[in-house]
Design a protein around this ligand. Structure first.
Ligand code: ADP
Length: 169
């Protein structure tokens, strides 16, 4: 079974084979984790994303899917971009959020990544309640069959860290 670790900090400072980006479907950058990854990783990542838009993902990356690029100057070999669902009180989009974690691990397996760092997908600009986002993240990673040896959740603040720690018990 995959080992899960929790870290409080900035995901762009992590060492891992692959760092997961909470991207948006345009793949052309945004705020939050996305902005931080492009700032820290440099223009090579955006160039690779533009190539993806010009080839396989002309309409953008669908919600719940994942795709890898170079990690540029980050201390990682790859960035895996995944598009979380926007939180909705009317509609249950949990399956799409779970899909982000599953698909990212599937891409990591294809790459041969052994260590993967995840942010708390959808819990920022996309408004997903942190406790529920943490539950889905931990449950899904635990239930996914993968050759990845270590998944590190990198939580930006103490509140996010506590929410994930509560789910680990
Ligand atoms: P989304 O659009 O999927 O909600 P965000 O990037 O807005 O994505 O936020 C996802 C989570 O990542 C939030 O909990 C946010 O606080 C956190 N976050 C923002 N910047 C960073 C960073 N540099 N490293 C780790 N987590 C971050």
């Amino acid at each position: 079974m995959v080992r899960i670790t929790l870290v409080q900090g900035d995901i762009t400072r992590q060492h891992a084979d692959a760092i997961v980006n909470a991207a948006n479907s345009s793949l052309l950058g945004g705020g939050g984790v996305d902005g931080a990854i492009h700032r820290a990783g440099g223009p090579e990542i955006l160039d690779a994303c533009r190539d993806l838009r010009a080839s396989h993902y002309g309409k953008g990356l669908p919600t719940g899917r994942a795709v890898a690029t170079t990690a540029g100057r980050l201390q990682a070999r790859w960035v895996i971009h995944t598009v979380g669902p926007v939180w909705s009180a009317e509609e249950d989009r949990s399956e799409l959020l779970a899909s982000c974690y599953r698909e990212s691990l599937r891409v990591a397996d294809e790459l041969g990544a052994r260590t993967v760092a995840f942010p708390a997908i959808s819990t920022g600009i996309y408004g997903w309640p942190m406790e529920d986002g943490a539950r889905i993240a931990i449950e899904t990673v635990r239930q996914t069959e993968t050759s990845v040896e270590e998944v590190g959740f990198v939580l930006f603040d103490g509140r996010a860290y506590e929410a994930f720690a509560a789910q680990m018990e």
